[in-house]
Design a protein around this ligand. Structure first.
Ligand SMILES: NC(=O)c1ccc[n+]([C@@H]2O[C@H](COP(=O)([O-])OP(=O)(O)OC[C@H]3O[C@@H](n4cnc5c(N)ncnc54)[C@H](OP(=O)(O)O)[C@@H]3O)[C@@H](O)[C@H]2O)c1
Length: 276
């Protein structure tokens, strides 16, 4: 049966995929954005203003909504409890995409808040997004060498379409309440190996050139497309990941969606135009 779903951060990598997949499946989609006047969504999507740093803006978005997709793009988690309270007052289900990117709220704390919010809840814990490789797009457009630190850092990159596919199931099926799903791509690749795969798909001899952390820091700070406030968070995260055991892949995408998680090569193929 068609459901009414509110997708917050609907213009983002995951949100826009989720909007598309829910529409294809016949559900009624409401899209939350800070800027409804400039947002571009299909005509059958109702667009609403949702500013997560002002959770009371959610109140007017929730009438007759069956389930909400929420992620937290802010650098503080201070308002997450209030946002969850407002969502829980008006709807029956929330699906939350967790993150390691909130300095004052760990993933475990996010998970505790979401599962404790009083309605059906699902938490998705994704591995690193494949879309992060676009941070190298400028370098790839202008040469065959990608400069960065932590080239030996292994990661499993996940396609936004796979996160959206799992979220769509969790939003619309009744069997997921209380679950935390850890999602990865199908492979583990170091950053240097990722550059090689991107080159293979683009037909280019791309290679990695290692920088020190300080050199990488300066380079990211000089990159106006990269938020300054995120530079230390990212590099600290990479240091932590370097010291952790090599990541392992999960079969959760395949288990829940019936198709294997997409590889980095598939992701690059889908985003070929973004590399110019
Ligand atoms: N990159 C990774 O490797 C990684 C890994 C794990 C988790 N995550 C998490 O994934 C999330 C990002 O997802 P994404 O890549 O799909 O998003 P994105 O493409 O980076 O876009 C950000 C989205 O957040 C919305 N947004 C930003 N600030 C907002 C605010 N104050 N109020 C309401 N909406 C706001 C934007 O909507 P409008 O501009 O339309 O308002 C936009 O849709 C973050 O929470 C990040 O921590 C990322």
């Amino acid at each position: 049966m068609a459901k009414n779903i509110l997708v917050l951060a609907a213009s983002g990598n995951v949100g826009s995929q989720l909007v598309a997949q829910l529409r294809v499946a016949g559900h009624h989609v409401r899209a939350g954005t800070r800027n409804p006047a400039t947002a571009e969504f299909p005509a059958d999507v109702r667009v609403v203003r949702a500013e997560l740093s002002e959770p009371e803006t959610l109140i007017g978005c929730l009438d007759e909504i069956d389930a909400v997709f929420l992620l937290w793009p802010l650098h503080t988690g201070a308002q997450l409890p209030k946002a969850l309270d407002i969502i829980a007052e008006s709807t029956r289900r929330v699906v939350f995409l967790g993150t390691g990117g909130i300095p004052d709220l760990s993933f475990e704390e996010q998970q505790g808040l979401v599962h404790g919010c009083g309605i059906e809840s699902v938490v998705i814990r994704p591995s690193t997004f494949a879309v992060n490789t676009l941070w190298w797009a400028d370098q790839i457009r202008t040469g065959d060498i990608v400069h960065g630190s932590h080239g030996a850092l292994p990661m499993s990159l996940i396609h936004e379409a796979d996160m959206a596919a799992v979220a769509a199931r969790a939003l619309t099926e009744n069997s997921h309440a209380g679950a935390t799903y850890t999602l990865t791509g199908p492979e583990v690749l170091t950053q240097a190996e990722q550059v090689r795969v991107i080159g293979e798909v683009l037909g280019r001899p791309l290679r990695w050139a290692e920088l020190t952390r300080e050199q990488a820091r300066q380079r990211l700070l000089a990159d106006k497309s990269f938020p300054d406030s995120f530079v230390e968070v990212l590099l600290d995260g990479y240091d932590t990941m370097m010291a952790a055991p090599r990541p392992r892949t999960t079969s959760t995408v395949a288990d829940l969606t019936g198709r294997p998680a997409r590889s980095l090569a598939e992701w690059v193929s889908d985003h070929r135009a973004d590399f110019g």
